[in-house]
Design a binder for this molecule. Structure first.
Ligand code: CP
Length: 315
């Protein structure tokens, strides 16, 4: 397989990433999906490449998925936990990163609570920087894996109608989905409590609809976002029961819509709040496909950004 080059040097977000770059990242993601289905899932593409995973915020899926992707490509992997580092002694991000870079890292995968942290990091280091989620800004590999899962299910992205339901205002997943899906020619509608929809979001090329049943009737697929429990009980989400009644993907609500609808969720899920267990575990949900595609598309991102593309033919 011969793959075209992409124009990116880092992956900070999907905003401004071209259709052709996204297409290439997804195509290569599907190539690696096949590799993951082989009995031996490891390829020597990134042998001798050093990658550090810097997680300043908790993560289950993304951290494990990146580490697995790096190891499947035979990279050398170092994991860095903010809690166990000298950050607790007052060291700033810049010095921490410079020290890590002095250890000759080729790539840094970073999750950080501050929007813009990944971009700032890319200015400090000449290693490849991959954003694993920066505050409420972007989560580009989540956007890519969501698009890969949608393409796997429908065979295309262009022309599809995708609803994004939940707390749009605080969601980096929503933003990366919006940028990526718009670029790939999908129609996007966002849905959630009015105060959790950012003002002027229509300027990003999406439609706003506060009626979840109308969105379900319209959409081919919906991406259901986590309602962040830390925001409940502080006036932002008045009650779990009210949220579930108005916006939750309940069994009863789905049964009212006599149509096939594909359901995504980036995780972690609040079962019984934004999504019922029977829905999350049902036939319409592709949540575990998203997890597998996450490994494959992160392998694709690492492969393209670390410049080893000529080796793909030999793998
Ligand atoms: N989807 C996602 O980012 O999950 P984690 O927070 O567990 O990484």
């Amino acid at each position: 397989m011969r793959t075209p080059a992409i124009s990116l040097t880092n992956l900070i977000g999907l905003e401004g990433v071209s259709r052709s770059d996204i297409q290439t990242l997804l195509d290569t993601g599907f190539y690696f999906r096949d590799v993951l289905d082989r009995p031996i899932k490891k390829v020597p593409i990134l042998t001798g490449i050093n990658v550090v995973n810097l997680f300043f915020e908790s993560s289950t899926r993304t951290r494990i998925s990146f580490e697995l992707a790096e190891k499947r490509l035979s990279a050398e992997v170092v994991n860095f936990s903010a809690a166990a580092s000298s950050l607790s002694k007052g060291e700033g991000l810049k010095d921490t990163v410079r020290n890590i870079h002095a250890m000759k890292m080729d790539a840094v995968v970073m999750r950080h609570p501050a929007p813009g942290a990944a971009l700032q990091l890319s200015r400090f280091v000449d290693a490849v920087v991959i954003n694993a989620g920066d505050g409420t800004h972007e989560h580009p590999t989540q956007g890519l894996l969501d698009m890969m899962s949608i393409r796997e299910k429908f065979g295309r992205i262009k022309g599809l109608k995708i609803g994004i339901i939940g707390d749009i205002a605080h969601s980096r997943v929503a933003l990366s989905n919006i940028f990526g899906l718009n670029t790939m020619g999908a129609e996007v509608t966002v849905c959630g409590p009015g105060h959790l929809i950012p003002p002027f979001i229509e300027e990003l090329g999406v439609t706003v609809n506060g009626d979840v049943d109308a969105v379900l009737e319209w959409a081919d697929a919906v991406n259901v976002l986590r309602i962040q429990r830390e925001r409940m009980g502080v006036g932002i989400i008045p009650s779990v029961r009210e949220y579930r009644n108005r916006f939750g993907l309940t069994v009863e609500r789905l049964a009212r819509h006599k149509k096939e609808i594909v359901i995504l969720h980036p995780g972690p899920m609040n079962r019984g709040v934004e999504i019922d267990s029977d829905v999350a575990d049902g036939d319409q949900a592709i949540i575990l496909d998203q997890v597998l595609n996450g490994v494959a598309v992160r392998m694709s991102v690492l492969f393209h950004l670390l410049g080893a593309r000529e080796l793909l033919e030999e793998a």
